[in-house]
Write a protein that binds this ligand. Structure first.
Ligand code: MG
Length: 374
């Protein structure tokens, strides 16, 4: 399955099902083409910013988790593993370093909800446990599962709780409803509509089975959506305390800058998570696509992906320079800086977690493990 680079998914098992032996063998074969010399990602990629973390991150994470556990406990929803939503907001600290505690809390709550979505997907892919919670059993039914998304989409587009919802975990819908109103207070209806649409595009993209023979451009376009980066960068406005106008969002240079960020972050993840995905038996990764479909060596494939990332960075900075030379508002100047922090943060976060590290990683920067925090 694909991996997202929204602030979700770190630490959670991404496997919806065990990889087939064939896939693992194929990945291992591809791995033998890896070079003996280590690759230094920073020879190609410039993160464009120092490691910056949010001083409110710990407090926000603790508050969000406690509130979430209480809610689930109150409803007897013991199908969500409390450990499963522990410590998953580490990335928000890196990509929203400026958010106040008040703004970081709903962001972290949203991320926990995505984790629950992920948890549901992971669990219903496995055979049911004998004592399975009735709500989880309910969601095994594809129609019910679709309905859960439809209800969430309704809430996120109207701000209202539909009446008479059946065969769906109402408490989760209630949480979406609460979150809608928290975000609305910090934004406006236009932002809510955009965020709701981007979130649903992301959920739909992640639940589609992934093609493995994409052409490169099709793959990159799909990755923009299923990486979850659009809702992630919408949240930059919540974190920063302003909302972009329709006119600003439709400016072709700004639109392209947003696309650049989604591409840089998602493709950088394909490089950083490459070795993990080989081990997991996943083949949805641009490095693997170049190797499999275009018969590139590993080194050539990595270089091609990193070159694409650099091309996107050049477009980002060139558009920014054009806009700044034309004169833009202080808000937009802050926004451009905040987008740059997302790029830098996605790099520094990927280095900070053990998720992508390996004692013998082929990438110099991902070699060795960080000591485990007690
Ligand atoms: Mg990945």
């Amino acid at each position: 399955m694909q991996e997202v680079l929204s602030p979700t998914k770190h630490g959670v098992s991404m496997k919806r099902e065990e990889p087939s032996n064939n896939q693992v063998q194929e990945n291992k074969k591809a791995r033998t083409k890896e070079p003996s010399k280590k690759i230094r990602i920073l020879d190609y990629f410039t993160p464009g910013g120092e490691k910056t973390t949010n001083p409110n991150a710990k407090e926000s994470e603790e508050w969000t988790q406690k509130q979430f556990e209480e809610m689930l406990h109150g409803f007897g929803a013991n199908w969500v593993d409390p450990e499963g939503i522990r410590g998953f907001n580490t990335m928000s600290s890196y990509i929203y370093p400026t958010a106040t505690l008040e703004r970081l809390k709903p962001i972290c709550t949203y991320i926990n909800l995505l984790f629950v979505h992920d948890d549901v997907c992971d669990r219903i892919a496995l055979p049911p446990a004998p004592d399975e919670h009735p709500d989880l059993a309910l969601l095994r039914n594809t129609e019910n599962f679709k309905k859960m998304h439809k209800v969430n989409a309704y809430i996120f587009t109207t701000g209202e709780m539909p009446s008479g919802v059946r065969d769906s975990p109402v408490y989760l819908h209630q949480e979406y409803h609460n979150l809608y109103h928290q975000f609305l207070k910090l934004s406006n209806k236009e932002w809510m509509d955009r965020f709701g649409k981007d979130m649903m595009d992301f959920v739909i993209a992640t639940s589609k089975s992934q093609e493995t023979d994409f052409e490169v451009e099709d793959y990159i376009n799909h990755r923009e959506l299923d990486s979850g980066m659009y809702p992630t960068i919408d949240l930059v406005e919540i974190a920063e305390g302003y909302v972009l106008t329709k006119e600003e969002l439709e400016n072709p240079l700004i639109k392209r800058m947003r696309k650049c960020v989604t591409r840089i972050a998602s493709l950088l993840n394909d490089v950083c998570s490459y070795e993990k995905e080989v081990r997991d038996g996943t083949s949805y990764n641009l490095v693997m696509l170049y190797m499999r479909k275009y018969k590139e060596t590993f080194e050539e494939a990595v270089e091609k992906v990193l070159t694409k990332i650099m091309d996107e960075q050049r477009i980002f900075f060139s558009n920014e320079a054009t806009l700044l030379s034309e004169g833009v508002s202080e808000k937009l100047q802050r926004y451009f800086n905040a987008l740059q922090l997302v790029i830098a943060g996605s790099w520094h976060w990927q280095l900070s977690t053990n998720r992508y590290r390996h004692p013998d990683s082929v990438f110099e920067e991902l070699c060795g493990l960080h000591p485990k925090k007690m």
